[in-house]
Design a protein around this ligand. Structure first.
Ligand code: ZN
Length: 269
């Protein structure tokens, strides 16, 4: 994101607004133009994956309402990682719903060790801090709500406690495996960042994460940031053809991991 966009996000967050939509089955997109957030409507209430920026709280709440749901009915709020653009509205949603919040253990430890690592300061926000998660994730867990089972995989690198999620949705009698890589950005792997924060292990862990994810069989790839999986373009196509099939691409997840690996080596050797 450019400095101009960061400024715009703080001063005119509504310019990042985009209408929410159903992806497939009981899975919905409730993020904005920059960052993804996903709602799963289960028999035991709503599951929300990531809560977007603090400044975009009204957009998130409105998106959930526009789909006919209420943020008061969120039961589980699961985070990909502990950067403020993914947990910015978490305190607000928690206050509304009393939901259980989940975060990678190592990111919760990061909150205590060095709160500047939530990266709010990078966006010019000085007065926003971390939250206290209810459940700490190590990877290997299954989070259940109704018949939905979300597989949690530890994928450190972009942040120490970054988690990726895999789960099934069903549409027209067909089950699709959804995959969300919890943090793909290189910003925390750059020389300047490591020089300040000392996370010398992160690049090695990121490569191990790519190895770990390369074999995942995914039908529907979800973007941790909206453009990473072209969520809005696919939605436009889905509307045009009247089907969820534009979201289904069994090669995309592996292709994305391969592209990250190529770019990683181009940038870091
Ligand atoms: Zn991040």
């Amino acid at each position: 994101m450019t400095d101009a966009e960061k400024k715009e996000l703080n001063s005119h967050p509504w310019t990042f607004s985009t209408a929410p939509f159903r992806i497939a089955g009981n899975l919905y997109f409730v993020g904005n133009r920059d960052v993804g957030a996903y709602l799963i409507d289960t028999e035991e209430g709503l599951v929300l994956i990531d809560s977007t920026y603090p400044s975009t709280a009204p957009l998130l709440i409105q998106s959930i309402a526009d789909l006919g749901f209420s943020a008061r009915d969120v039961r589980h709020l699961i985070h990909t990682h502990g950067h403020f653009d993914h947990f910015g509205c978490t305190g607000f949603v928690k206050a509304l719903s009393g939901c259980t919040t989940y975060l990678g253990r190592r990111d919760a430890e990061m909150f205590v060790r060095d709160p500047s690592l939530i990266l709010a300061g990078d966006c010019g926000i000085r007065d926003f801090g971390p939250f206290v998660p209810d459940v700490l994730l190590d990877g290997g867990e299954t989070i259940r709500s109704g018949s939905t089972e979300i597989e949690v995989v530890a994928t450190p690198g972009h942040s120490d406690g970054c988690m990726s999620f895999f789960f099934y949705v069903e549409e027209d009698g067909i089950r699709y495996r959804c995959g969300l890589f919890g943090g793909a950005g290189f910003n925390t792997l750059k020389d300047g960042f490591i020089a300040i924060h000392g996370n010398t292990w992160s690049r090695g862990e990121y490569l191990q994460t790519l190895d770990r994810l390369a074999g995942e069989k995914v039908d529907i790839t979800l973007g941790n940031h909206t453009s990473q999986a072209r969520m809005l373009e696919k939605h436009a196509e889905a509307v045009r053809v009247g089907s969820c099939l534009p979201f289904v691409d069994r090669e995309e997840f592996g292709r994305f991991i391969g592209e990250r690996r190529e770019r990683f080596h181009a940038e870091f050797g």
